[in-house]
Design a protein. Structure first.
Length: 258
């Protein structure tokens, strides 16, 4: 039977030993789930499934994330594109307009409006004669980004796939236009992953605020600014702690893990 080594941080490794956790069984179960989910995403390259239902290949995707992908498909079809590409997925994130990924971008000082300008400045891609009955394929890069999206959700220990995970997938995919745009604007993978973690903590913090604080953010713009501020507040100490830890371990210049 093939052997796969699993490397754990020292503290976690000690905790696992003390608790007597059956590592092989846990890893096998987690890997089986991961393989099923990743394989399901790969199959989306064969055709776009029904994005309105609660079952199927996108069952673990949140309603907002499914809405983003649906917008991407619609934009590709409207542009008579041969495939649904990463730029269509990025377009979907921007067009949906209420997702956590946009707050993450703001927290790392990338304005969604700036991303929109870069995206709108692209030359049209390859087109083909499509109509409402044509089944579009995801491009190789888009399918890869979706695979990475699910991988990031699993790596973060989440049982759902959100727009924040899709942002990470787009950034990490090396060949897509969307990743090129995001990275050129400063969306470095490791920093963005930290920002996602902080954004989730900031969202919880914001939801826990009292009604008087929530009332000051009653408008859509106020809510966006309040959440972005909460994300920045949560992100600052996280970054400081991680930077100190990396300096202590001599990891400051290393690339993030795959």
């Amino acid at each position: 039977m093939p052997k796969i080594n699993v490397y754990l941080p020292d503290e976690l490794a000690e905790a696992v030993k003390e608790a007597g956790v059956p590592v092989s069984a846990v890893c096998q179960h987690a890997l089986e789930q991961a393989v099923r989910r990743i394989t399901a995403i790969r199959e989306t390259g064969l055709g776009v499934p029904d994005l309105d239902g609660q079952s199927g290949r996108f069952a673990n995707f949140t309603p907002r994330t499914r809405a983003v992908i649906k917008i991407a498909v619609e934009r590709a079809r409207a542009a008579r594109a041969a495939e649904v590409s990463t730029e269509h997925l990025l377009d979907g994130l921007l067009t949906e307009g209420t997702n956590l990924a946009l707050h993450v971008l703001r927290a790392i000082e990338i304005a969604p409006e700036q991303v929109r300008r870069e995206l709108d400045g692209l030359n049209p891609g390859t087109t083909t004669a499509t109509d409402d009955t044509t089944t579009l394929r995801f491009s190789e890069s888009a399918a890869g980004a979706l695979e990475l999206t699910v991988t990031d959700a699993i790596a973060l220990g989440h049982n759902y796939v959100g727009c924040e995970h899709l942002l990470l997938g787009l950034i990490a995919e090396p060949n897509g236009v969307a990743g090129h745009i995001l990275r050129s604007l400063g969306a470095e993978p490791r920093l963005t992953r930290r920002a996602v973690t902080a954004a989730l903590a900031g969202y919880v913090h914001l939801r826990a605020q009292d009604q008087s604080a929530a009332a000051s953010a009653s408008t859509p713009g106020g809510q966006a600014e309040a959440l972005s501020a909460a994300v920045r507040q949560e992100l600052r100490p996280v970054l400081l702690r991680l930077e100190r830890l990396e300096e202590h371990l001599g990891m400051a210049g290393e690339a993030p893990p795959a």
